[in-house]
Write a protein that binds this ligand. Sequence first.
Ligand code: NAD
Length: 285
Amino acid sequence: MKIGFIGLGNMGAPMARNLIKAGHELIGFDVAPTNVEDITQKSISEMAEKCSIIFSMLPDGNILRTVYQELLPLCNPQIILVDCSTVDVESALYVSKEAKKMSISVMDAPVSGGVVGAENGTLTFMVGGTKYAYDQIEPYFSIMGQKSVLCGESGAGQSAKICNNMILGISMIGVCEAFNLAQKLNLDWERLFDVVSTSSGSCWSVNTYCPAPGVGPDSPADRDYKPGFAADLMLKDLKLSQDAATTVSAPTELGKHATEIYENFISEGGEGMDFSAILPYLAKK
Ligand code: NAD
């Protein structure tokens, strides 16, 4: 049996290529003409007929719902569907509920690691679904990624993703505020990095992805803030976290404020820049 892959964009295409490189036969589908001449493209119905596993990597929850509306009635109950897109928790739960009515297994498995991780096969998968389905798919996760975690039942993967990225958005803004403050206090960035990266302020945004150019390991700050992880995608994930927080009445004041800061940053010229470019944005204020 073959593997299907729906959504061959910036992330989906390299993920699909890694499955092909590992020796799997793949059928792809995308509504747009894509730059993936090495992947055979067929219709969704042919994919459902010929594949035992179908991955998807789509822009958002509405598109996921539309694609699954067409896909689900065409699938047999042995198939396992794995959606790797970042979508709202409600859409993940909706498609899994619709699938369950037809005895079809669906997992939400959003990823961290970006385009570079997709190309290098070093993504992290955060998975929601049954242990049985996870055990079937784990070998494919380990081709496309370096780690996968079964976080719980359907929706748990998306929940883990938005919680992680809400922490990241807030911490990046905090780090940028501190580096901007340091500059105004005439404190050398390199010295600040030396202290913070080994002190209680250390975090991924400082140690691995420092927003100050020329400081710490190589990061988008050293390449004029070309992404990396685009501010637009960070805003998407922050909005998803705020939608989820509203649904379950969880207080996320800093998450809300971080969302507003990224909204303002993007409308004031940050579109297409890395999410760590909040540092020069603050410096200009
Ligand atoms: P992309 O826009 O490059 O790719 C999405 C693809 O889906 C496109 O090729 C598009 O034509 C296709 N598509 C849209 N509607 C479709 C439909 N109805 N049927 C079939 N194909 C359809 O986006 P991307 O950067 O690959 O991101 C995909 C997902 O991965 C998003 O949910 C994003 O949030 C998530 N993600 C992206 C990154 C990143 O760094 N790019 C990192 C982590 C997670």
